[in-house]
Ligand binder design. Structure first.
Ligand code: ADP
Ligand code: MG
Length: 277
């Protein structure tokens, strides 16, 4: 309802009512900027439509930014990482053009899957986070979980009789990222519940899986050949595989640091002269 001042009272200053209405309409940027932009518009000789256009544009830009931030929070990334900080030279086995293509997120719209395979420390989680961030920026809903935590959340939900609700919310996200499949073996119930999640997403939503295990070893995670076969069947029907075998980036950078430190120690601290070993 529009609030107006009663007859026998002094009318409220219009700014107060305007602030109230703009808050109610959820136009915070409009409210924050209208005075400043009005002064700028007057100084620049802008007419009213252009003044209002400027305010509407600012509100839209801010709203988009707020929405991306909300999606990032909802995704529950353990860290925010992007491709800008990823060194492709460190992992020659990785198909860079494919990663850049995936970052355009057409695979999310097409409900396709991505599987990143490789030994520990080669940047699988980093790439999964970067693709997740790109999806948030393009307006998709994203959820990030490790396989172990997803399995335990599913089991907990089942015990508390809210499994269907959790399953529905997992099926509803446009991009589900399941990290570290294979690091810990799953219980039979955990494996079956995880299988159901992949099954329910089949051709309905995009999924990224990272794993340190080659496909032939997935049976050891799911404990059953039948389940593993059915899972791989669904997961690999529309799939982009990222081969990420190589030297561990963590080890590489820490040995580079050690080398740098060693070379610093070889300089005489007094004279600055390089000491021969
Ligand atoms: P994985 O998931 O394959 O075990 P991570 O993605 O956790 O590996 O990588 C380990 C650490 O090294 C992370 O901090 C990650 O950001 C960093 N890292 C790995 N590969 C690269 C790379 N090619 N460029 C930049 N940082 C990297
Ligand atoms: Mg990882």
């Amino acid at each position: 309802m529009i609030e107006t001042a009663p007859h026998n009272q002094k009318p409220e200053p219009p700014q107060l009512l305007l602030a109230h209405h703009l808050r109610k309409l959820k136009l915070p940027t409009f409210l924050r900027e209208y005075d400043k932009i009005a002064k700028e518009a007057a100084a620049a000789g802008l007419d009213h439509p252009r003044y209002l256009l400027r305010l509407a544009e600012l509100e839209l830009i801010d709203r988009e930014r707020r929405m991306v931030e909300r999606r990032i929070r909802a995704a529950r990334f353990p860290a925010v990482k992007s491709l800008d900080t990823f060194d492709f030279l460190a992992i020659p086995s990785l198909n860079k053009p494919l990663v850049l293509e995936l970052a355009r997120c057409e695979f999310v719209l097409a409900r396709e899957n991505v599987i990143a395979l490789g030994n520990s420390g080669t940047g699988k989680t980093h790439i999964a986070l970067a693709l997740g961030l790109a999806a948030c920026q393009r307006g998709f809903s994203v959820a990030f979980l490790t396989a172990a935590s997803l399995a335990s959340q599913l089991m907990e939900a089942r015990d508390e009789r809210r499994l269907i609700k959790l399953q529905q919310s997992l099926a509803g996200v446009q991009l589900l990222i399941v990290d570290e499949l294979g690091y810990v073996p799953l219980s039979q119930t955990g494996a079956e519940l995880l299988f159901d999640v992949f099954s329910q997403r089949y051709e309905r939503g995009a999924t990224i899986v990272t794993s340190n295990l080659p496909f032939e070893d997935w049976t050891s995670v799911f404990a059953s050949e039948r389940l593993t076969g059915a899972l791989l069947d669904r997961l690999t029907h529309h799939v982009h595989i990222l081969e990420m075998n190589g030297e561990s980036y963590r080890l590489k950078t820490s040995s580079a640091r050690k080398r740098r430190r060693a070379s610093v120690e070889a300089i005489d601290p007094d004279t600055g002269e390089i000491l021969s070993p």
